[in-house]
Design a protein around this ligand. Sequence first.
Ligand code: SAH
Ligand code: DHB
Ligand code: MG
Length: 213
Amino acid sequence: MDRYFEDRLLEEDPVLSEVVAASERAGLPAIQLSASQAKQLELLVRIAGATQVLEVGTLGGYSAIHLARGVGAKGRVVTLEIDPAHAEVARRNIELAGVADRVEVIEGSALEILDSMIMDGDGPFDFIFIDADKESNVGYVERAVALGRPGSVILVDNVVRDGGVADESSERPDIVGTRAMMDLLHDHPRLEATAIQTVGVKGYDGFALLVLS
Ligand code: SAH
Ligand code: DHB
Ligand code: MG
């Protein structure tokens, strides 16, 4: 079905094909969003009417390019990446996609960068996409709340993992991290949330969709 939807709903996009190929050539892990998920991200940004977007976890810039397309020419995307090699590939890909003027890649530990952004009074961001080390998901959501405003949308990747996230006995750090985030959401006073489960070329996974009040 994913191939079918890609074929019917997504346009041939030589730039995106080259972005994926360049990331692969550079030896980056192929863990970026699938084409259908990335389009979903772009459309969610547009539905939210977001112009100020924050991303945690850039990799080769594939999702950041979709965020940039979602915000349009007058929008701005800030994306955080700890691995300098990933950040370098991302900057080249973002340039290739023609959105370098609206995307800033900041290198470093996301928790530290987010804390300094909070200290500096940055934001508010209309839309925040969290897709880095899952162990830090609680910390990322807490900081996203601080950098958002009432109505901000927060989207968190990889909250299904083939059903692994429902496994209470799992000791996998990523699962434990994502489950801790779900516990935080369970009775968070300012966050309403649901999950969008996805199945496709990346297997069975999904996003948590949060709205801040
Ligand atoms: N959003 C990307 C995929 C991100 S993969 C896309 O769909 O195209 C996760 C990325 O998070 C990796 O590049 C990894 O290096 C980065 N990352 C992991 N831990 C991090 C941290 N503590 N701070 C910032 N980035 C981190
Ligand atoms: C994997 C997939 C992801 O979307 C991610 O953010 C990290 C890892 C994976 O398939 O291993
Ligand atoms: Mg992910």
